[in-house]
Design a protein around this ligand. Structure first.
Ligand code: SF4
Length: 194
């Protein structure tokens, strides 16, 4: 079974050469393997699983502050997160794969956030949406956690205050690219907060 129309890993935007050297093409070996896969309709089980994960990644219903309004709008017809099979925001962490931390995390909220994260089944991913979730933004004080990566392992950071829904969509697409490329979730790579 061939996976989509993607031709190579570089098309997922993950190889640094692509960023530094956008016109760089795939290597001869990479071309041969990919074209062979496509012609023969082959894939590995890991690729098929990764593909299916990106098409059924359900976010937890979890909004914290102003950024949450932008997050909510991605289910609207204008942004249409349903195109990724992700419109089903789950009220139970046990049915969710993705935590979008949308807003500042107060010290008081840190423990419940971590508890919800712990209740999510693996594999699970985290997007830090906005300046506050990523680094506390303008709230450089004792009441706000100075970045949610202090308490959970973050896969993708979306900058902005607030990020527009398009920026969140970009973050989601980047996350899908990571999964498709076989990059493990952040909690598997980080020793902190895993
Ligand atoms: S990043 Fe800006 S919009 Fe988002 S929670 Fe912080 S202050 Fe609000």
């Amino acid at each position: 079974m061939a996976v989509g129309k993607k031709k190579r890993l570089a098309d997922y935007g993950l190889q640094s050469e692509r960023l530094l050297w956008p016109t760089k093409g795939p290597g001869a070996f990479e071309q041969e393997v990919e074209s062979l896969e496509q012609r023969l309709g082959l894939t590995t089980l890991e690729k098929a699983v990764a593909w299916s994960q990106t098409k059924s990644m359900w976010p937890a219903t979890f909004g914290l502050a102003c950024c949450a309004i932008e997050m909510m709008s991605i289910v609207s017809s204008r942004y249409d997160i349903a195109r990724f099979g992700m419109e089903a925001f789950r009220s139970s962490p046990r049915q969710a794969d993705l935590m979008i931390v949308s807003g500042r995390v107060s010290q008081k909220m840190a423990a419940p956030l971590r508890q919800i994260y712990d209740q999510m089944l693996e594999p699970k991913w985290v997007i830090a949406m906005g300046a506050c979730a990523s680094s506390a933004g303008m709230f450089n004080n004792y009441a706000v956690v100075q970045g949610v990566d202090k308490i959970v392992a973050v896969d993708i950071y979306v900058p902005g205050c607030p990020p527009r829904p398009e920026a969140l969509m970009e973050g989601i697409i980047r996350l899908h690219e990571r999964v498709l490329a076989g990059i493990p979730p952040a909690y598997e790579m980080r020793q902190v907060a895993s």
